[in-house]
Design a protein around this ligand. Structure first.
Ligand code: ATP
Ligand code: MG
Ligand code: MG
Length: 371
């Protein structure tokens, strides 16, 4: 029996496990506070066990050390490279791919020089550890000393604030023998730096303008990265889109060497979900191009306790992570997919009635995107 170990035991590991089960593959999630002793872990593993991670960075412990030494820890050296914004942005520059202009934040920052080179609005991001908009600060000349923590104890990068028109991402995968496959690009809506909603159009149906150009550009950019890294498995690339008369420009915001929140719609909207795709790629199983034939919407449930009124709607697929509710915490998501824009819009309007007021902005955005 094929066996996969996932470093990290959050919702991504949980959904990898759910996707692997029908393939006859067992997935064990290894949390950082795992009760497992090293000897117990060793007893579970065999020479052919495949190891992957749902987190990008982990502390040095006997368990992580042991996992790191295993021959089948797929992409092992890539995690450290992408977990640090400095080396991630450097890689993007080396490959001559476009990203928001940036510099490593110098020890004694000369802010006026930074504003001169990067513009009036900047974003400071810690090199490691930030997620869901944590570990970053938006600064202008006037607010710099109020917004930035007095003593930024961690190393950081500074980038220009991009006046983008909208945000997209693409999820793709590369097989052991170097083939790449991609999902249709996803349109994403963030609020306070946290993903609230995603909409994905199939490459055939009524997508917003420039869909195919964006698809082609995003695939070629992510391909370049996947091949340069000799990567195996699913990777996500988040982008800012700037529209101009010459067509859209894509700037890479960040990369994630794993399954990604903006790909959760694939659980119900694609022939192979991103979770199954990742398992297939790392286990060297067939990797056909996943097909998405309808429009999909994903709404993140953030901080709100479970409410079964959400599934009164016949299109709603609820995915609950079984975590303790806490404000700002991703607790689950709801996927919708249909060929009918009317039915999708109707379902989303129903959801708006049974979710707190703060959901109306992102649900409204999704409704407005579906023609
Ligand atoms: P994630 O949960 O996706 O890992 P994160 O904490 O790593 O998030 P980023 O993806 O860097 O954060 O930023 C979160 C969001 O903040 C972006 O999706 C975008 O909406 C906004 N943002 C970040 N950087 C910039 C920028 N340079 N210009 C404009 N908006 C930005
Ligand atoms: Mg991130
Ligand atoms: Mg992000």
């Amino acid at each position: 029996k094929k066996q996969v170990f996932v470093l990290g035991n959050g919702q991504l590991a949980r959904m990898l496990k759910q996707a692997a089960e029908p393939l006859g593959i067992s997935v064990s999630a290894i949390g950082l506070e795992s009760e497992l002793t090293l000897d117990e872990l060793k007893a579970l593993m065999t020479d052919s066990s495949v190891i992957t991670a749902e987190i990008e960075r982990w502390p040095h412990t006997p368990i992580t050390q042991y996992l790191s030494e295993q021959p089948h820890f797929v992409n092992h050296p890539i995690f450290a490279k992408l977990a640090d914004r400095y080396s991630q942005k450097s890689l993007i520059d080396e490959l001559k791919l476009e990203t928001a202009p940036w510099v490593l934040l110098p020890n004694k920052s000369n802010w006026s020089a930074l504003f001169n080179t990067l513009g009036d609005k900047l974003v400071v991001k810690t090199r490691t550890g930030g997620y869901d908009g944590r570990g970053q600060w938006r600064v202008t000349k006037d607010t710099i000393f109020e917004t930035l923590p007095e003593e930024l104890t961690e190393q950081a990068i500074v980038e220009s604030m991009i006046p983008f028109n909208y945000e997209i991402s693409i999820v793709g995968a590369r097989s052991c023998d170097g083939n790449t496959v991609f999902y249709p690009i996803t349109h994403n809506y963030h609020q306070d730096g946290i993903l609230r909603a995603s909409v994905a159009f199939s490459n055939q149906n009524s997508a917003p303008k420039n869909h195919l150009i964006l698809q082609e550009k995003a695939e070629s950019m992510l391909s370049k990265l996947l091949h340069a890294l000799n990567y195996v498995g699913v990777m996500a690339m988040e982008c800012f889109v700037i529209e101009s008369a010459d067509g859209p420009t894509l700037l890479i915001n960040e990369l994630a060497p794993r399954v990604h929140n903006s790909g959760h719609w694939t659980q119900n909207g694609a022939s192979i979900s991103q979770f199954e795709l990742h398992i297939r790629a790392i286990c060297n199983l067939p990797l056909p191009s996943p097909v998405a034939e309808s429009t999909s919407v994903m709404i993140n449930i953030i901080g709100t306790p479970i409410d079964y009124r959400w599934i009164e709607n016949e299109y709603a697929h609820l995915h609950w992570y079984d975590k303790d509710p806490r404000p700002g915490r991703k607790l689950g998501h709801i996927n919708y997919n249909s060929l009918s824009p009317e039915k999708l819009k109707c379902s989303l309007t129903e959801l708006m009635k049974v979710t707190p007021i703060e959901y109306s902005e992102s649900i409204g955005w999704a409704i407005s995107l579906i023609k």
